[in-house]
Design a protein around this ligand. Structure first.
Ligand code: HPA
Length: 278
């Protein structure tokens, strides 16, 4: 392993060692990244222990309002859950690998399945705000990749079947058990932080994207790099720019995500209860 990759592994090792010393030392059944407005999910965790990202060596600082920036461990549906309350985005610093240490830590703490959540815009008038959508695949339109600069052959990660079929199946079953409608779609990653133009959204739709957003894709790439099984669910917070005349805003994103969070919490609880114990 050459320098930049072994340096990342050193930082991940230091973060994981710190966390083991803070009570994150038992195996986890599942890890979850909570997107904009979804942090409330951790309120349902029993025996919760939390650490601010700012205290964890080499963790990114999240600068986005609506993200609490804490790592929480606790129990849900009799499973041990590791919850990232807030994420770092490419648009905050220009670093597509901003989530490398957190995702590497998931692997270092036992490599449980990883569920990513986010707020997304919909390119389809029939995929309405407040809906939940399972991400089945993605299109990386940001022109960035968290593995750029990694000098090892591991960087050539296959992205075929990146969204784990078994986890997708578990999420579909969980949705019907929880009586929550779960749509499905392809997610296109835009760098942000400005929202897209209506012309960009027409292009996204033509290219096969149902959902658009500014996160998640680098985390999926990193998860596959680290050999984690990964799945992702969006809360549709708005129709994307120009769809029925929409003009999205961060305020709307936060508000709708917070209101739709109940459905997502039911879905996640039903999903977690289906994961076999470690
Ligand atoms: N575009 C990009 N990111 C988003 C959107 C959107 O419309 N809604 C929530 N996150």
């Amino acid at each position: 392993m050459t320098d930049s990759s072994s340096d990342a592994e050193r930082r991940i090792g230091e973060a994981a060692a710190f966390l083991r010393g803070r009570g994150f030392d038992q195996p986890f059944d599942c890890a979850i990244v909570l997107g904009t407005g979804l942090g409330r999910l951790v309120e349902g965790l029993e025996e919760a222990v939390s650490v601010p990202y700012a205290d964890i060596p080499h963790f990114p600082r999240s600068t986005v309002s609506g993200h609490a920036a804490r790592l929480v461990s606790g129990r849900m549906a009799d499973r041990r859950v590791l919850a990232f309350q807030g994420r770092a985005h490419y648009y905050e610093t220009g670093d597509a690998a901003a989530m490398r240490v957190p995702i590497g830590v998931v692997r270092a703490l036992g490599a449980p399945p990883l569920l990513l959540t986010n707020a997304a815009g919909s390119t389809r008038p029939d995929l309405r705000p407040s809906s939940l959508a399972l991400i089945t695949d993605h299109i990386n339109l940001a022109g960035a990749n968290p593995l750029i600069g990694d000098p090892t052959d591991h960087r050539f990660v296959s992205m075929t079947g990146a969204y784990d079929e078994r986890l997708q199946g578990a999420l579909r079953h969980a949705a019907s058990a929880a009586k929550v409608a779960l749509y499905e779609g392809v997610y296109m990653w835009f760098a942000g932080p400005s929202f897209e133009t209506p012309a960009e959204i027409r292009m996204a739709r033509l290219l096969g994207a149902d959902l658009v957003g500014m996160s998640t894709v680098p985390e999926v790439i990193l998860a596959r790099y680290y050999g984690l099984s990964v799945a992702a669910v969006s809360i549709v917070t708005n129709l994307a720019a120009g769809v029925e005349g929409a003009s999205p805003s961060h305020l709307e994103t936060k508000d709708v995500a917070a209101r739709a969070a109940d459905d997502l919490i039911h879905l996640v609880r039903a999903f977690v209860s289906r994961i076999p114990h470690v």
